[in-house]
Design a protein around this ligand. Sequence first.
Ligand code: HEM
Length: 464
Amino acid sequence: MFYYISTFIKNFILKMSTKKQIPLAKGHWLFGSVKEMNKDILGYIGKQRKLLGDIFYVDVFAFKIIVITKPDYIRHVLQENNKNYVKSFSYEVLKLFLGNGLLTSEGDFWRKQRRLAQPAFHKEKLIEITKQMSRSAEALAAKLEEVKQQNKVIDITEYMNEVTLDIVAAALFSSNVSDKMETIRDSLTVANEFAISRIQNPVRWPLWMPVKANRDFRRAGKDLDSVIYSFIESRRKEKDKPNDLLSMLMDAVDEETGERMSDLQLRDECMTIFLAGHETTSLSLSWFWMLMDQHPEEEQKLRDELKTVLDGRTPGFADIPKLKYTKQLIEESMRLYPPAWTIGRKSLAADEIDGYKIAPAQNMMLMTYQVHRHPDYWEQPDKFMPERFSDENAKNIKKFAYFPFGGGPRLCIGNSFAMMEMQIVIATLAQRFKFRRTETHEIEKDALITMRPKDGIKMKVIGL
Ligand code: HEM
């Protein structure tokens, strides 16, 4: 009896002390907002933000998810009180094939792995990798030259995917990846599609069931494992180890324990870098070319900068800081089209954000896409204006109003890698070609794990 009375009083006090109530987006009594979110999640959340403000619940069947579109609240979750927030449900699905790598691990284990991997991503360490980036960009340019001569229509996303996969594979394993490329590409596609269908579909077959999707997924996993383990095995035997990410991860020694990574851990980290390291960059580049097609004036300014800095040369590490306008264009393009359109988190203990009570084990979506186009923080938010990121203007951007690479301790470890890679690929291609769309409809955004152009971007390659 005493228990019930005290619980009632506690709940009553909690309710009275709650200064603000988090509003709930109206939805179907049983399905909640599932139908609307499946149809157009970005449009739906944008609409609800206008109606309800920067923090609200959406119902997904019996689950309530908090949606956040305010930079200060996002900073609270990702940075100020980050220890109270772990990765949410969607990362569980990624874990199925990434294992316990940097993207999906938590707590002390993640901290140790991050400490071990971080030096491999320092800017100076990336000098070697930029050489590979230039080589891959040149190889792509040669392929596109053929496409141009044949006057073919291509889906630019496929070509961007190829070059980013090529770069990350070479960065990890140095050489001899091309013969395994097809296996890697096909297996990653199967794994990615499997993860997407599990996130979207409320009916999930247990993994042991012999349905086609499970069988395909297992086969893809096995194929990828055998590629990665063969690299690890042969690297262990090599005397002159190349200076790539695999060597750096293998040589990394934990200062506290003196231990190195096991083969299983190396596999998980390689798989993670493989996936996290190419898909987002490839999408970012694809959206970039779509924007260049729409903004010929800015494209001309890009070409002017390339003429001044490179004058036809292949770009390298030393050119990166000089390609300032190129960088601004990339930043603005990631503002409008952030490949990681949302970041998912789950609270551990109860918390309070600006007077709003957050329950323990509460799932939330931090809406990068909405914040990047929020009228409180961006003038003419839907307009492509690269000058927002000039040295002078960038100082005035509010913290966490722009966070395409996340933030706080879980900030993307590959952000410098990705920026350099995009600068090099763009500078190489834009010195030779224009890409022009062959269709006129607006490209739909497909917000799955990452934000992709639905049905790709059909383009023609045109010489300058
Ligand atoms: C435009 C390209 C990229 C974008 C937009 C991007 C975005 C992100 C975001 C938003 C996160 C944080 C996820 C979270 O907090 O839940 C993240 C984490 C991560 N990214 Fe990237 N990324 C890109 C490129 C890369 C590249 C090139 C690599 C590696 C070569 C990479 C490797 C990783 C890893 C390993 C993590 C997990 C880091 C950790 O939790 O310690 N990413 N990325």
